[in-house]
Design a protein. Structure first.
Length: 429
């Protein structure tokens, strides 16, 4: 068996995304992703996926070159390679803007997001070579299926008129009735029984009303509200008081560890985050101050599946819960998320996934949610197969783009409808 990396292919794509609203603005009609293929000297190919904006591509390309000749089993070496590239391109100290919803943005985090795709591709190739599923390479699954929650968004029916986009059949959701209707569809289509609403879009009272409407329509279903840090400590405490009886947790009500610690001290509602604990360095302060009770991991920006396991072990040690965050992603990432989640013993909350919002994928077969769960594959590697024709189609869309969509910019997408729009400074309310 020859595990030497003989080729690395990077394919940037643009994938359809519905008009989902968040604090920054609205999702673009197409969002960039990067598909990674790592091929061994024996002709075995492993798949990975990460963010696809140019800044990720610029790092991924030199990394890919340096991987040729290394072993797919050398997962620790991926960090060394990425470090070398970072040094080569003098990016180490740069504060690179990698999108405003995932905590403080640094070049380090950018590097880890790139490493994550290479790590997943190496694990996929290694698993295929050894005849073992990725979860076995991670120590073995402790559950056969992983539960996900419905990720509800305020949403327009369509992207603005005149803007090229794909149609979707989810309809609009801009008020409590629309949110409940969307939740009903999620439940019907995928069997989801817990719901997370992306907030920070409308004034807090309107979002409180939406969560109340969900609680009335779906009694005893765990509910979460995530305004991405849009509220002051005072507003956060008010919302916690009004919704305390129905919330499983409140996610990033306020921005940053000090504000979250203040909120936490004033409420019994558990607080979750994917914004103030996004790196190992941020853990100590947040845990010491009891600022969060649940950390939402994301293998993309935590640097891969093994780092996700390390994060889970630290959370376990400190009695802090763990679950999973998601951004727009395709099936390769969902498969990776499912494998790692299946190995985490202390996973007591359904994971987030944007996948139901993605009508397009690069796989021969889409992953499915049955009764809210994705079955953990026991096939070698990730257990997914690339559809080259679909990949080409989405890559062609990227090639045809004049550059406007290659950098995800939800504020720019919002300005098409509202030319005056600027991303509000936080706290907004
Ligand atoms: O896709 O609009 C979105 C989300 O707001 C995403 O960007 C966040 O990173 O889903 C994420 C979250 O939980 O904060
Ligand atoms: Mg969040």
């Amino acid at each position: 068996m020859n595990l030497t990396i003989a080729d690395v292919r990077l394919t940037p794509i643009l994938v359809a995304d519905p008009p989902l609203l968040n604090t920054q603005g609205v999702h673009q009609p197409y969002t960039p992703r990067l598909i990674v293929e790592i091929e061994t000297a024996d002709g075995i190919t492993g798949l990975g996926e990460t963010y696809g904006d140019t800044k990720y591509l610029e790092l991924a390309r030199p990394c890919a070159e340096k991987l040729i000749g290394r072993q797919v089993s050398d997962l620790n070496g991926l960090f060394t390679v990425a470090n070398e590239v970072t040094v080569d391109s003098s990016r180490t100290s740069a504060q690179v803007d990698v999108g405003g919803l995932r905590g403080v943005q640094t070049a380090d985090k950018l590097r880890l997001s790139v490493v994550s795709a290479f790590e997943v591709a190496c694990l996929d190739a290694l698993g295929k070579a050894l005849g073992l599923p990725v979860h076995a390479l991670l120590g073995g699954k402790v559950r056969d299926a992983v539960e996900y929650s419905a990720y509800l968004f305020y949403k327009w029916a369509d992207h603005p008129e005149g803007v090229a986009s794909e149609k979707d059949d989810w309809g609009a959701a801009v008020d409590p009735a629309g949110v409940v209707e969307q939740a009903r569809k999620f439940k019907e289509r995928y069997g989801f029984t817990s719901f997370k609403l992306k907030g920070g879009v409308f004034p807090p009272d309107e979002e409180i009303a939406a969560v109340r409407a969900l609680a009335a329509a779906f009694p005893d279903h765990p509910l979460r509200l995530d305004p991405n840090g849009a509220w002051s400590v005072e507003t956060s405490l008010k919302v916690a008081k009004e919704l305390g009886d129905v919330l499983e947790y409140l996610e990033d009500p306020a921005l940053g560890t000090p504000a979250m610690a203040e909120v936490s001290a004033g409420t019994d509602v558990p607080l979750a985050t994917n914004m103030c604990v996004t790196t190992f360095a941020e853990i100590k302060e947040a845990f010491t101050r009891d600022a969060v009770q649940v950390v939402l991991s994301d293998h993309h920006y935590w640097g891969g599946l093994r780092n996700t396991q390390q994060l889970a072990a630290i959370c376990r040690t400190f009695g802090v819960g763990i679950s999973m965050h998601s951004n727009t992603h395709l099936g390769i990432s969902l498969a990776a998320m499912t494998h790692v989640a299946s190995t985490v013993p202390n996973l007591h909350h359904a994971c987030d996934s944007h996948y139901p919002w993605q009508s397009e994928d690069v796989l021969t077969e889409r992953l499915t949610f049955t009764d809210a769960k994705v079955t953990v594959s026991d096939a070698p590697g990730l257990g997914v197969e690339l559809d080259r024709a679909k990949l080409e189609l989405l890559h062609q869309r990227w090639l045809d783009d004049d550059g406007a969509l290659r950098e995800r910019d939800d504020a720019a997408a919002m300005r098409i409808t509202d030319p005056e729009w600027v991303t509000p400074s936080m706290p907004r309310w």
